[in-house]
Design a protein around this ligand. Structure first.
Ligand code: NAD
Ligand code: ZN
Length: 349
């Protein structure tokens, strides 16, 4: 099935990546970027599919699995490997992996020879529904996460649900945090599909495919309206204002999906306070079904607020939130005072 408008986003099982890429861009030289977990599992299959469609795979670069690979050192090493392999400006980079490989590969593609074509082959649920669409690429610095980056839209996103079979259940839940978020923001069919979350987790491939396809279409649609994040794209930060605060206050010991899950509950509490709509129980039910926590332990509310204050997305004196007037009706830029923000954070600790 196909979701994209500006560029194709294909979702399915057992996709023929080589043929899909041949339909989306001119066949020629390419390189494959992957990580040390995904490479041994799937790189061989992807290379065969590419070669069968006429691609010349000049190099496969395998970086260590994990966030540590979004670094200047690994970035430099990848660029040098591409240069040594002789990849030219008309070449393409295929990023096969989770959000780390996608963000790193995206930044490599945006900068190598001032920009080459990028194809995203996401292998985690998070990468399928979130990081592979939207055009944000980036690296971390020792000073902070995602401090370096560029916008580059991929030429193709091909999400093969077959890859998810080897994904640990916890990683699946991390992606579901964003799926639940998008369902609450979108309402309509995506929210309806969320009612089949338990079936999707129990192995119902059709239910999972529907969730992925509708989520990725929703994100692609929001981004298409606002590629550079000047307005409506901000709604995708639902749950993330508190979530980033929780992550930072935990010294990044807390996983992103877990922090966003608790963050959404806190922001649902704020939404109830501001708009009077009570969606807190609904949030808790969906998040629990997805295998996510609705509270986090061992953090101080004051530290979380401190981290939120330092977050780069905050302007002026008040905290600004994306809140839900009701399912499918997000409002962004809602200013909330310190006291109210504090009590919402306290409620999820
Ligand atoms: P990840 O890429 O580190 O993958 C998680 C783990 O799962 C890794 O160890 C990986 O090797 C392994 N893995 C991946 N696919 C697998 C598979 N099919 N089977 C078995 N194991 C597999 O992490 P992630 O959660 O996919 O992505 C997180 C990153 O995404 C963060 O760096 C975050 O900043 C970034 N991100 C970017 C955007 C964006 O818009 N660009 C959006 C959200 C998140
Ligand atoms: Zn997120």
């Amino acid at each position: 099935m196909r979701a994209g408008e500006a560029y194709p986003v294909e979702v399915g099982c057992g996709l023929d990546v080589g043929a899909l890429a041949a339909a989306a861009l001119e066949v020629g030289d390419c390189a494959l970027l992957t990580d040390s977990t995904v490479g041994p599992l799937y790189a061989g299959r992807v290379r065969r599919s590419l070669r069968a469609a006429g691609w010349r795979v000049l190099e496969t670069v395998e970086v260590p699995a994990g966030e540590g690979s979004k670094s200047l050192a690994v970035y430099g090493e990848v660029l040098r490997r591409l240069a040594r392999a002789g990849l030219m400006r008309d070449g393409a980079l295929f990023a096969l992996g989770g959000g780390v490989v996608g963000d790193l590969g995206g930044f490599v593609a945006a900068s190598y020879m001032r920009g080459i074509s990028l194809v995203m082959l996401p292998t985690t649920l998070l990468a399928m529904v979130d990081s592979s669409v939207g055009g944000k690429t980036g690296l971390d610095l020792p000073e902070g996460k995602n401090l370096v980056g560029a916008f580059l839209q991929p030429r193709l996103v091909a999400a093969d649900l077959g890859f998810l079979e080897s994904l640990p259940r916890r990683e699946l839940s991390m992606g579901l945090a964003e799926v639940v978020k998008m369902g609450l923001l979108a309402g309509g069919r995506l929210f309806g599909a969320l009612q089949r979350l338990a079936e999707a987790l129990a192995g119902d491939a059709g239910a999972l495919e529907e969730l992925v396809l509708l989520s990725v279409s929703f994100k692609a649609g929001v981004v298409a309206e606002d590629e550079r994040e000047r307005g409506r794209r901000a709604i995708l930060n639902y749950g993330h204002t508190v979530g980033h605060g929780l992550e930072a206050a935990s010294g990044y010991g807390l996983a992103h999906g877990e922090a966003v899950a608790a963050g959404m509950v806190a922001e649902a509490l704020l939404s109830r306070r501001v708009f009077g709509t009570d969606l807190v129980g609904l949030h808790e039910r969906l998040l629990r079904e997805a295998g996510l926590p609705v509270r986090v332990r061992g953090l101080e509310a004051a530290e979380v607020l401190g981290a939120m204050r330092r977050d780069k997305k905050r302007r002026g004196g008040e905290h600004r939130f994306v809140l839900l007037r009701e399912v499918g009706r997000p409002v962004w830029g809602v200013e909330v005072g310190e006291e109210e923000a504090l009590s919402a954070v306290e409620a999820v600790l």
